[in-house]
Design a binder for this molecule. Structure first.
Ligand code: PLP
Length: 471
């Protein structure tokens, strides 16, 4: 075998990596750059000849680092982007080092078992039925896709149609019911599945973006045939949770052999409420539903990218995802799990290993504390801003999300809001992103990093007030 100078690669990597990680507490979180600024440094013709690998790595560490956004800084509150737990980081380094193709047990038994252990821990932590199936996917988008593929399989199979074999051509119509404030990835997953999103029936949401259960009941009452319903734990704007008990009751009242109903919960952020005693009540009744998607790279702080798809009906999940080919070696040994049966990828990264390491390091209590701390910091953040009299807090802070409306002296709150966000992003002390909600331009605060502390919140509040004063 050809020898490589692995030590030179690690040496080229370790210095910049340590410097970067240690700079996080004080580092600028974001640097605005035009594409040509970056191209001026990284672009050029495709090299004709080879360059030593360690030189490429050293150059990348030097060239790209100034443009990197500090997502794992405690002062990054944009979108819903999680930080980086050290155990997740270490596990990802190992996973890259081992370069495992984790598609089949027979190809790599060790990581297949570790992923299966992570599956069990997740179901225990989230208190979902312990025989649920779990797919480790790239994120919430693919988790929604995977769960909705299982949903499509199940409701059609119950009316005698095998969608895996026969597709949707000539299939019975599948009703899809969504809430008006659904996440865009739900609509996108429906698109990928040939169900379309414009044809989905929209049930109104209330002022906190929760699905109107009376409206859902009325909608279900009018429908015939196989039906898929999508609800949500942790709305991307308000952080609110749907009334899962109400949803489960409505579905049970309308479910029948000719009207099979599958309810999917998009729990990208909110599913973790199940891990906290204090916040579990938000997710009551959720275990009565059929599938759940979540992200490990958001609140759990596993490295990007990592999402989780969970289904109560493992056979529907497997039917939707599994693949057989003459040259593959499928395992039928008890406890030998083939990851490719549960996710849309074929060859794949061993994503569950980072989940395993992070859960092992946090422990049950650590995850609960993480959920509680991020939610309490979000509330403290909202309170601190509200006290200044310069903003209105638009949502009930139920979880880790705060919706802020900056109040402009000239009355043009929308424009002022966008200017404050832009200025604070440019200043680089903290990062926030905006949204349009109920026709208003607002600023979102999302506390999703295990590393965020009170001091980060205080500094971010100061940065925001300074930006607002300068506008
Ligand atoms: C972030 C998010 C998603 C998408 O997750 P990705 O990991 O970005 O694919 C889906 N639903 C909700 C509610 C989210 O917050």
């Amino acid at each position: 075998m050809k020898k490589s100078n692995w030590k030179a690669i690690l040496d080229a990597f370790t210095g910049p990596a340590i410097e970067y990680l240690e700079s996080l507490p004080e580092r600028r979180v974001y640097r605005h750059a035009e594409p040509e600024d970056i191209r001026a440094i990284v672009d050029g013709p495709l090299p004709e000849h080879s360059t030593p690998a360690e030189d490429v790595v050293a150059d990348l560490g030097r060239d790209l680092e100034p443009f990197v956004t500090a997502h794992s800084s405690g002062r990054y509150f944009g979108f819903v982007i999680g930080g980086l737990h050290p155990a997740a980081y270490g596990a990802e380094l190992l996973t890259s080092t081992w370069d495992q193709n984790a598609g089949l047990y027979a190809v790599t038994p060790g990581v297949a078992v570790v992923e299966d252990v992570a599956r069990g821990w997740l179901l225990d932590l989230l208190d979902l039925p312990r025989d649920c199936s779990v797919g480790f996917v790239t994120g919430g988008q693919m988790a929604n896709f995977t769960c909705l593929a299982a949903a499509r399989d199940s409701v059609l199979r119950k009316v005698g149609w095998d969608v895996e074999t026969d597709g949707l051509q000539g299939a019975p119509h599948v009703n899809v019911v969504v809430k008006s404030e659904k996440h865009s990835t739900v609509a996108r997953a429906l698109r990928f599945l040939g169900l379309g999103h414009a044809s989905a029936i929209e049930v109104p949401s209330d002022r906190q973006s929760r699905v109107d259960v009376t409206g859902l009941r009325a909608t279900l009452g009018k429908l015939e045939g196989p039906t898929v319903v999508c609800v949500e734990a942790g709305n991307v704007n308000t952080g609110s949770f749907d009334d899962f008990v109400g949803v489960a009751d409505a579905v049970e009242a309308h479910q029948s052999s000719t009207r099979p109903i599958w309810v999917h919960v998009d729990g990208a952020v909110g599913l973790w409420a199940r891990a906290s005693e204090a916040r579990r009540g938000l997710a009551d009744g959720l275990d009565r539903l059929d599938s759940w998607s979540t992200d490990a790279h958001k609140l759990l702080n596993v490295a990007y990218d990592s999402g989780i798809a969970i289904c109560k009906d493992a056979s529907a999940h497997q039917a939707a995802m599994s693949v057989h080919a003459s040259y593959l070696i499928h395992s039928d040994t008890e406890g030998a799990r083939d990851p490719m049966d549960w996710n849309p990828e074929f060859s794949r990264r061993a994503r569950g290993v980072g989940v395993y390491a992070t859960l092992r390091s946090f422990g049950r209590r650590g995850v609960a504390e993480l959920v509680d701390r991020t939610c309490e910091l979000a509330r403290g953040f909202g309170d601190a801003l509200k006290e200044t009299g310069k903003v209105e807090i638009v949502n009930d802070i139920a979880f880790n999300q705060v919706l802020v409306r900056w109040l402009a002296e000239d009355g043009d709150h929308d424009a002022f809001n966008d200017r404050v966000i832009e200025r604070v992003q440019h200043d680089g002390i903290a990062f926030f992103s905006g949204t349009t909600w109920e026709g208003m331009r607002l600023m979102r605060i999302s506390v999703s990093d295990w590393a965020t502390d009170e001091d980060d919140v205080r500094r971010a509040v100061d940065a925001l007030l300074q930006a607002a004063a300068a506008e």
